[in-house]
Design a protein around this ligand. Structure first.
Ligand SMILES: [Zn+2]
Length: 398
């Protein structure tokens, strides 16, 4: 991928063959994007551009390209590498090594045209520390929205993701500590994880409705959004009732819950790829497990379809760092899975750009509009006809 950086003192006119702005329902032909002082000043038809005098602009002609907003991954775990869980947790003891690995992962992520990632947390504050200490303006990496430590109920799933809470006062103390550590949001584990052995099994629910409501209220006091890991329909329902800000995973979600999501407009990030990618290492699973994996992710795709029909606000996240989910490349795999539903390529692109930007609270990203910072990607051809062009975006304008 070619990376073109535009400095704030440069005036650049990008002439594009097709423009997908992340909002409109159709690509626009032959546009000129005028950039000044590091921001998009104007988007006009090329015809108009040529009729007027934009002399001081440096011209970048990309008429055989489609330009679209940089992609966003709404759910990653920077602390994990997607390959060897035990080894990685051991590696956390050497921060220099870990940080080097994360920089590598994030470079690969940017190479996929991903300009922002939202991290889902880790016990050792790896991603948060990286965001605060290592990420600097000199390293070209995606923007990181960090969680720090997630909260989970004592004796339940989530020990590598955060710290356990037991009592009311634990909750209050922990959420205050998380806020003070500089986290951008609060991640709460409402359930366990999906089973690859027994279809439909998702682990025990962790918090009562009352506890969840209390968690959300405390988070709001600190201005933190709540990202809820909810792997069963029951967990999803509880998270909706507690008015969390996003539902992650939602495996085996029911039609009734989808209706509630549509009503409340709480976004749903279905993360299909951490299930589907297990088939890349099918020989590590028994034939029965392989069937469970297949059936589980097919069900998830069906529910995405139903959700879209009902008007559910969708987001796209990969859970990158989970077993067999590679940082960067997995977003393309998730997009490709979404492409197996009845959503059109353009609809999928809008979810991965505009919708994701809203979900991660970065509204300056996700669309190509006047007065926004240009963070654009380019592909040769038309991704609304062939989504696979997003597998390897050719150009990043940053
Ligand atoms: Zn996760």
């Amino acid at each position: 991928m070619k990376i073109k950086q535009i400095n704030p003192n440069e005036k650049v006119a990008i002439l594009v063959g097709k423009l997908i702005d992340g909002i409109t329902n159709q690509p626009q032909q032959k546009q000129a994007i005028l950039i000044e002082e590091g921001k998009i000043k104007k988007i006009i038809a090329q015809e108009k551009y040529f009729n007027q005098n934009f002399e001081p602009y440096e011209q970048l002609t990309l008429n055989n390209f489609t330009i679209l907003p940089g992609l966003i991954d709404a759910h990653v775990h920077l602390a994990l590498d997607g390959a060897n869980f035990k080894k990685t947790i051991e590696e956390w003891k050497s921060p220099v090594k870990t940080n080097k690995r994360i920089t590598k992962q994030l470079t690969a992520t940017l190479q996929q045209g991903i300009v922002a990632v939202r991290d889902g947390g880790d016990r050792a504050n790896i991603a948060l520390n990286y965001q605060q200490k290592v990420a600097s303006s000199s390293t070209l990496i995606p923007k990181i929205i960090a969680t720090g430590q997630a909260i989970y109920k004592e004796d339940h799933y989530g020990s590598f993701l955060g710290t356990a809470v037991k009592t009311k006062s634990d909750l209050k103390r922990r959420i205050k500590e998380i806020y003070n550590s500089g986290s951008d949001q609060l991640k709460v584990l409402v359930s366990g994880i999906i089973s690859f052995s027994n279809y439909g099994e998702v682990g025990e629910i962790q918090f009562s409705e009352q506890e969840l409501k209390r968690i959300v209220a405390l988070a709001r006091q600190y201005g933190l959004k709540v990202m809820a890991h909810a792997s069963s329909d029951q967990a999803v329902r509880r998270a909706i009732k507690a008015e969390v800000d996003s539902i992650e995973h939602g495996y085996f979600i029911s039609k009734e819950s989808l209706k509630l999501l549509a009503e409340t407009q709480i976004p749903w990030i279905p993360t299909v790829v951490p299930v589907a990618n297990q088939l890349l290492v099918a020989d590590e699973y028994s034939p029965n497990q392989q069937e469970v994996i297949k059936k589980s992710y097919h069900t998830q795709l069906e529910m995405i379809d139903k959700g879209a029909d009902l008007g559910v606000k969708l987001g796209i996240g990969t859970d990158a760092g989970a077993y067999q989910v590679k940082h960067g490349h997995s977003l393309w795999q998730e997009l490709n899975l979404f492409n197996q539903t009845s959503l059109s390529p353009l609809e999928i692109i809008k979810v991965a750009t505009y919708s994701n930007a809203q979900i991660i609270g970065q509204s300056e990203l996700g669309s190509i509009q006047k007065s926004k910072k240009p963070q654009l990607i380019g592909v040769k051809g038309d991704p609304t006809q062939d989504l696979s062009l997003l597998k390897n975006p050719e150009l990043l304008i940053y």
